[in-house]
Write a protein that binds this ligand. Structure first.
Ligand code: ZN
Length: 238
């Protein structure tokens, strides 16, 4: 059975900044769809301007992994939708938060954070692979370079389950650039590359990380297990 991925994008910069439109003429969501789709991964896209902000119940319920890219329109995302997303994560839907999604409503709500960090100019950076044995780091070299917007510590998030990538910037800053969380049954990955005027999503290593992350975040399927019926008073077992 293939993994059903939905890529959500606020889809603003690609229509308003020529540099972003040049890199992603059909939007970051469409670009990532073409990167990820395969025999194993089925991809649909959703944007803020679509009815029900792109995520009606039928779409959410049929999503195994939700990828989120947002930046300047976080506040327009409906609180009711955020609640539904959190519920789906608790039930096992995976989530991948990209770049400025660190400040999105779903990230802050699900992770339990303000999402605050420090940022700066675009520059050369080196992503260090701290956990080469982790499934998300499979096939990724010990380190690789990108040109990205600077994101820096302190990043006010709870301690992650695993810190897979740490990014060094030529200005000297460090950032926990790739890390995992679990909330309920849902597996979550935050990954910092993806500033709208940087070409990081063209990078083969970034693409490999995203493919690995989709596979890792996909829900474990428990045959015959109904999560809605597992909150109950127990009887003595002996
Ligand atoms: Zn950015």
């Amino acid at each position: 059975m293939s993994i059903r991925v939905t890529i959500w994008n606020e889809y603003v910069h690609e229509k308003s900044r020529p540099e972003a439109a040049a890199l992603y003429p059909c939007g970051i969501h469409a670009f990532l769809r073409d990167v990820l789709k395969s025999e194993e991964i089925e991809v649909t896209t959703a944007t803020l301007e679509e009815p029900e902000q792109g995520l009606p119940d039928a779409v959410l319920e049929n999503t195994d992994v939700l990828i989120w890219w947002g930046h300047v329109k976080h506040q327009l995302v409906a609180d009711e939708l955020v609640e539904k997303i959190e519920k789906r994560v608790h039930e096992g839907m995976g989530m991948i938060f990209l770049h400025s999604a660190h400040k999105s409503k779903p990230f802050c709500r699900i992770i339990g954070t303000t999402g605050n960090l420090t940022w700066g100019r675009e520059q050369r950076c080196v992503l260090w692979n701290l956990m080469p044995t982790h499934p998300i780091a499979k096939g990724v070299p010990a380190h690789f370079e990108l040109r990205e917007e600077l994101y820096s510590e302190p990043f006010f998030v709870p301690k992650p389950d695993d810190l897979i990538f740490c990014t060094w910037y030529e200005d000297g800053n460090l950032f926990r650039g790739g890390m995992t969380y679990t909330r309920g049954l849902g597996k979550i990955f935050y990954f910092h590359p993806g500033h709208e005027i940087c070409n990081s999503y063209y990078d083969k290593n970034v693409q490999q990380v995203l493919k690995n992350a989709v596979a890792w975040c996909a829900p474990t399927r428990y045959e015959g297990f109904d999560i809605s019926k597992c909150h109950k008073q127990t009887e003595p077992i002996l």
